[in-house]
Design a protein around this ligand. Sequence first.
Ligand SMILES: [Zn+2]
Length: 350
Amino acid sequence: MMSGTPWVTSHGGAVIPHVEVDTVYYGQGWNQPASGRIILNTGAGIIGQLDQYFATLTQSSYMSMLGEYGVGQGHFGKDDIVTNSASPASGATVSEGEVQNMLQTEIANNRLPTPNGSQVYMVFLPPGVHSQFDLDNGFLAHHNSFQMQVFSGYRYVQSTAGMYLIAVPYYRTQTVTYAVMPYPGGGNPVGTSLTALTPFQQLTEEASHELSEAVTNPDEAVLQIAFPNGTPNPFYLYFTTNPGSGWYDDTTGNEIGDIANQYYGTFDGYIVQREWSNFYKANILPTVDSSYFGSSPYLYAGVNQNFTGSLNGHTLLVSVGPAGIYTEWQIGANDYSGWMFPPSTLTSYR
Ligand SMILES: [Zn+2]
């Protein structure tokens, strides 16, 4: 690569190929009827609108657009509205530790799904609540991770007398991937290129940035304890940033959303951010909305050809090149788009 050209590489870690987005509305300000807490309620209320946004986005070609990084479509899980007296009141500033403690509590009490490596918990702060980490770094929002012990079943061991089987719970260490989304304005920064957008549009723009990064670099983490010289020594203990083991640019540290930061467009009726594509060497969005295909039957196309077909009255072009295939097509109720690598491994696709 020419110097200065953005280029992300994998650092050997796993991505989240089929994400489950769970939303968390954290703060007393969400305890308003006008917030619309009903899941997938498309009526009034920003909570219902945000849940609907993730239900749409995760099952759209916006996710399969990330196919070159090993990511495809996922789904929306559930929401969790945390408005108890311990949650931040208007004017409060939450620390990263408070967010992580809250997530651990909600998971331990089964108000959020137990993480298995597929979840990204999208934490939304209500108007007037601030994120210390974002204020410190001048960020609009961020994604992060931490590790927790999660219950992983029972092992049965024999009692010393050999007469009884004793159930012993055991736990595994699980990485928890999440993002924090402060409500823009009211003391929280507004993106310099986003000022023309409504707060809801700013949130969907920023959420697409963080979600795309979280699935392609799920274990990026800050506030990690590091030991210089590799030796645990309390006198040299400090906090550092773990850039993660997924996709980012070694020269700049930028992830796919950072390179495309605040370049946005409209997709499926929502304002979303473009994301960096190594393949196109550009910040990209899907070329057509999900509704373009409607509900439609299978479309078949061969490899090593450009295919033009007709589906639901739409003409489709499937482009096959030496570096990959780009197409958009329909399987069952879902539409898919993106790149398939490498084309030589495919005999047919549909
Ligand atoms: Zn970013």
